[in-house]
Design a protein around this ligand. Structure first.
Ligand SMILES: Cc1cc2nc3c(=O)[nH]c(=O)nc-3n(C[C@H](O)[C@H](O)[C@H](O)COP(=O)(O)O)c2cc1C
Ligand code: SF4
Length: 432
């Protein structure tokens, strides 16, 4: 492999003992938390994370230090930290690895972040189906309490911190930050209207910071290795190590820790060993989980960073990369994703609840060969009826992929209508 990068977040994941606190400590663990709590003020930490340019790894890429700074100064309410470990987006499977293989790395990030924002309670909201990672986390938390890294007067300071694992409710929408808060409160996981934003009025109406698992793991290393180390990795606006979860038609799918300066070409053909079937051509790539707009093969020169992907009218999202060869029908791929979104709509607002079914119906008629030439525009019009008209960004997550499939592969949609059937021969990929 020509691409070389010294992993940090995943450095110890092949060591089965890394889940144990003594091994974690032997490998340098909890030094960052001790340093942060004993020698750094909360505002120093906020500044440090701001200076590092760390952007949230949950999907939106919001600057982490800036988000922390939104907690009202001198508030008399308790402040909460909610860790987003819901990871339900198709194509995304990086946080599970971090929790399963190195749970103390996350706990250390939680301890540091709680100090930075003034929280004494943190909830890890973990996807309901993640039974095994939840068990590992519970054991790690118990070990941390025994060492007095959690509980009262942690690390011999005046800081207190309790951490709870809250099992999710088994729905993708629970990963949206405000429905996650409702779910922790025991309510139906409907997203909330913003503003107010959670940093001001979140869990139990108190200031709450919600961060992704990988984001918090990065915090540990920023404190350990410093801002200069973090900003030396990546591109101008996409700093630090990043986990890419690659699936689909590549020889070596998996989770890879890399700088965001890597090109899609190097990720697919070098890191992942190339196309699964070398006789097939690369056709399409979903770069950042199912809600990121699909790219065509001619964009493989792009860097996998926030800005470059935005220039290609897509996004890094959660960096769940789905690679498709020329055996995949683009209408069928759009149907596959839309079926997921229809099923997962929480049903709170009409454009999303009803629109999803209309989108699916039109896509299915195109695939089955019963659609009329105008139906592609009807499909785009139905997307427009949803986009920007819903309570939460799930509406955009549902329609952006469809819009991109049409924009990049419109000829294939038109051929379905012209020939009144799917033109892709899935076995031989010969167009008829
Ligand atoms: C429908 C939907 C699902 C989401 N699912 C997740 C998820 O599973 N994990 C996650 O970290 N963020 C998810 N997000 C993003 C969160 O709302 C939020 O932006 C993120 O947790 C913030 O953390 P960060 O700033 O560290 O990235 C989702 C957003 C939407 C709209
Ligand atoms: S956009 Fe969809 S998921 Fe979001 S609140 Fe409305 S119905 Fe629920």
């Amino acid at each position: 492999m020509a691409v070389k990068f010294e992993p940090v977040l995943t450095k110890f994941i092949d060591n089965p003992d890394q889940v144990k606190i003594d091994t974690y400590i032997r490998n340098g663990g909890y030094k960052a938390a001790e340093k942060a709590l004993k020698s750094m003020k909360p505002e120093d930490l906020v500044k440090m994370v701001k200076d590092s340019n760390l952007r949230g790894r949950g999907g939106a890429g919001f600057p982490t230090g800036l988000k922390w700074s939104f907690v009202p100064k001198g508030t008399d309410k308790p402040v909460y930290l909610a860790v987003n470990a819901d990871e339900s987006e198709p194509g995304t499977f990086k946080d599970r690895l971090l929790m399963e293989k190195d749970p103390h790395q996350l706990l250390e990030g939680i301890i540091i972040t709680a100090h930075a924002i003034g929280a004494e309670t943190a909830y890890i909201y973990i996807r309901g189906e993640f039974f095994h990672p939840a068990k590992i986390l519970d054991e790690a938390i118990k070990e941390a309490y025994d060492k007095k890294y959690l509980g009262k007067n942690i690390f011999g300071t005046s800081n207190n911190l309790d951490v709870y694992v809250h099992r999710g409710a088994g729905a993708y929408i629970c990963g949206e930050e405000t429905s996650l808060l409702n779910s922790i409160e025991g309510k139906r996981a409907y997203p909330r209207v913003k503003p107010p934003f959670p940093a001001v009025q979140g869990l139990f109406d108190c200031p709450t910071i919600i961060n992704n698992v990988e984001t918090l793991c990065c915090v540990t290393h920023i404190v350990n290795k410093g801002v200069n180390w973090f900003t030396s990795i990546g591109t101008e606006k996409s700093k630090g190590p990043k986990l890419f979860a690659v699936s689909g038609h590549v020889k070596k799918p998996g989770i890879y820790e890399l700088p965001m300066s890597i090109t899609l070409r190097d990720l697919i053909y070098d890191v992942c060993g190339g196309m699964l079937d070398e006789k097939r051509k690369l056709k399409a790539i979903i770069p950042g989980g199912s809600s990121s707009p699909v790219l065509s093969a001619d964009t493989i020169g792009t860097q996998m960073c926030y800005d470059a992907l935005q220039k290609h009218k897509s996004m890094l999202g959660s960096a769940g990369v789905i690679v498709m060869d020329d055996s995949v029908c683009m209408v069928d791929a759009a149907i596959n994703l839309t079926r997921f979104y229809c099923h997962e709509s929480c049903g709170q607002c009409t454009p999303c609840r009803e629109g999803g079914n209309w989108l699916l119906k039109i896509l299915e008629s195109i695939e089955e060969g019963t659609a009329k030439p105008d139906d592609i525009d009807l499909l785009l019009n139905a997307c427009w009826q949803v986009e920007g008209k819903t309570v939460c960004p799930f509406g955009e997550a549902m329609v952006w992929p469809i819009q991109a499939f049409v924009a990049r592969f419109r000829d294939e949609f038109e051929e379905h209508i012209k020939y009144k059937r799917c033109p892709i021969d899935k076995d031989r990929s010969i167009r008829r």
